[in-house]
Ligand binder design. Structure first.
Ligand SMILES: Cc1cc2nc3c(=O)[nH]c(=O)nc-3n(C[C@H](O)[C@H](O)[C@H](O)COP(=O)(O)O)c2cc1C
Length: 172
């Protein structure tokens, strides 16, 4: 059994999710960063997991394009989709995925979930820092999150529990 985890990541959170997930999957796992390697042969794999992150409501264009171009191959095998983002809410996660992936691929997916986010304030530019602080503070006010945000200390909400659940569904 050979599984591909194909990801795109701006600051490393989706990459971290890919690495943590690979440790929990059965069989051989190959992890590929789509921004570094575009030469991917899906017929080499029995299962495919795609991982990406969300920026102002959108997944990385490379991931969207890859899934569109390869939808026939992806539909022919077990497929999982994880996102790294700041929400845990099902309706928000659905709105992100519906915007970027075809209904056919979404319906075909064995599992779609958010595995959590990393906020690496030191790597963000000034505007990104302001956007993230603003969104996190508004989520804190509605009790969706309870995270102390000072705009300097990095935050990780990556969930071991969600990674285990994702892996066990893909291992079935
Ligand atoms: C400028 C900016 C905009 C973001 N927009 C969203 C968003 O619209 N929704 C969301 O859930 N997360 C959003 N995030 C959070 C990222 O998706 C999260 O930090 C993720 O872990 C980044 O993963 P990466 O390092 O793999 O790219 C945003 C982060 C930044 C810096």
């Amino acid at each position: 059994m050979k599984t591909l985890i194909l990801f795109a990541s701006k600051y490393g959170a989706a990459e971290k999710c890919a690495n943590l997930l690979s440790e929990k999957l059965n069989g051989d796992v190959n992890i590929i960063n789509l921004k570094e390697n575009k030469n991917i042969n899906l017929s080499d794999y029995d299962k495919v997991i795609v991982g990406c992150s969300i920026y102002v409501g959108n997944v990385q264009a490379e991931i969207k394009n890859f899934c569109d171009t390869n939808s026939v191959s992806l539909m022919a095998k077990p497929f999982g989709l994880f996102i790294s983002c700041m929400t845990d809410k099902k309706d928000e996660i659905n709105s992100y995925t519906e915007k970027s992936f075809s209904n056919e691929l979404i319906n075909h997916a064995t599992i779609i979930d958010s595995l959590g986010a990393v906020f690496n304030f030191k790597k963000m530019n000034f505007f990104e820092r302001q956007i993230v602080k603003m969104i996190l503070n508004s989520k804190n006010k509605t009790d969706e999150l309870n995270i102390k945000v000072d705009g300097k200390t990095n935050i990780s909400t990556i969930s071991d529990e969600k990674i285990l659940k994702f892996a066990s569904v893909m291992n079935d």
